[in-house]
Design a protein around this ligand. Structure first.
Ligand SMILES: [Zn+2]
Length: 367
């Protein structure tokens, strides 16, 4: 980790707590959405947006992008708290196709990838977290920014998030620049969850992913296009970053590589430009950058829009995590953490009946 992140412990932890717990106030004010002045419109009707190519042509450009209506866009980003935790199982509770055996070189808890000399690629990763008691958002602006820059990315999606965002999941799955990994079903702390509970979190997520993958291939085939044929997910991101050797063994046994990060792309100080610059300064070839795509924090899209040209200027290209792993040597650590070992142990105290990050004690914000 860079000195910058290592010294910003308190603000970072506070931020990550808010990311994990996602206070109901987390949403983007309409005023912010309207903050960018509109360009003067040329006379005559606007030219229709070009139809996306390949599997993305299942949707119009408008359907893929952030909704034009600011209220709709805001609603899509917003987090909803449910009156009761949603413990309903997905329509399929175990995947039909199991993941292949994990290569030995991908075992353990992977923090970054050592690439051959001269290979300047980094992996931008975006978690899509959703707990039992919430329905999380989707930050379409962020995905728009990735597509506009033709950037590659890896999304670690909660199974429950995929179920509550089926169309957005399909759109991401249909984009060959993007890769999917599991983020458990409902953001379980794998370090302290009971064994049976952990396995269900993996199976439900793999099954939900498989259902959507099959739905995508069904739609493509119906249009005369070849199926995506993505196959089972091979990657996993630890909710709260919590997990050690035993958790890694379980995940690896399920065919999943545990992917952490060596650059925390959130937190830090200053405006979006300053934080984008801090990320660009922190990355090295083979770095894995932690970000979120569920609109927590609210301005990640803005940071990303500034980060992508900074990375390009420094000669970096984006890659999926699997692409890095296929070329380089995975560098592992004994346990998961944010910026330094032990900095996420606080999340073990938040393991309650639902096992997915609910607070043990009522708080004024979350009674
Ligand atoms: Zn998460």
């Amino acid at each position: 980790m860079t000195e910058r992140f290592a010294t910003a412990r308190a603000p970072l932890l506070t931020l990550l707590l808010s990311v994990a717990l996602a206070a109901p106030s987390v949403c983007v004010p309409a005023a912010q959405a309207a903050a960018t002045p509109a360009k003067p419109r040329a006379a005559g009707p606007a030219a229709p947006a070009p139809r996306p190519a390949g599997p993305l042509s299942l949707w119009s450009a408008e359907q893929l992008a952030e909704p034009k209506d600011p209220a709709q866009a805001k609603a899509e980003r917003a987090m909803r708290h449910l009156p009761q935790p949603d413990a309903n199982a997905p329509a399929r509770t175990a995947p039909v196709e199991s993941a292949p055996r994990l290569p030995d070189a991908w075992r353990g808890i992977i923090r970054r990838v050592q690439l051959p000399a001269g290979d300047k690629r980094v992996a931008l990763t975006f978690d899509l977290c959703e707990r039992a008691a919430t329905v999380a958002g989707y930050d379409a602006r962020l995905v728009d920014a990735l597509r506009a820059a033709n950037a590659k990315a890896t999304f670690f999606a909660g199974g429950k998030w995929m179920r509550s965002h089926p169309e957005r999941t399909l759109q991401l799955l249909a984009d060959r620049r993007f890769e999917f990994g599991s983020h458990s079903w409902s953001h379980a702390n794998m370090e302290v969850a009971p064994a049976e509970f952990r396995q269900r979190q993996l199976d439900w997520t793999a099954a939900q992913y498989e259902l959507l993958e099959q739905e995508l291939d069904r739609r493509l085939t119906a249009k005369g296009m070849p199926p995506m044929g993505r196959g089972p997910m091979r990657l996993f991101r630890l909710p709260f970053g919590r997990g050690g050797a035993e958790v890694a063994r379980l995940l690896n046994h399920n065919g999943l590589a545990v992917i952490q990060w060596d650059v925390v792309g959130e937190g830090g100080h200053g405006n979006a430009q300053a934080r984008a610059q801090a990320i660009a300064d922190a990355v090295r070839p083979g770095s894995i950058v932690l970000l979120h795509a569920n609109a927590v924090p609210k301005d990640t899209a803005e940071v990303l829009r500034r980060l992508l040209p900074l990375l390009a200027r420094k000669g970096y290209a984006t890659a999926t995590v699997s692409e890095l792993l296929a070329t380089g040597h995975a560098q592992t650590v004994p346990e998961g953490f944010f910026s330094f070992p032990g900095d996420n142990a606080i999340y073990d105290d938040m393991f309650a009946a639902w096992g997915t990050g609910e607070r043990l004690k009522p708080s004024p914000k979350h009674p």
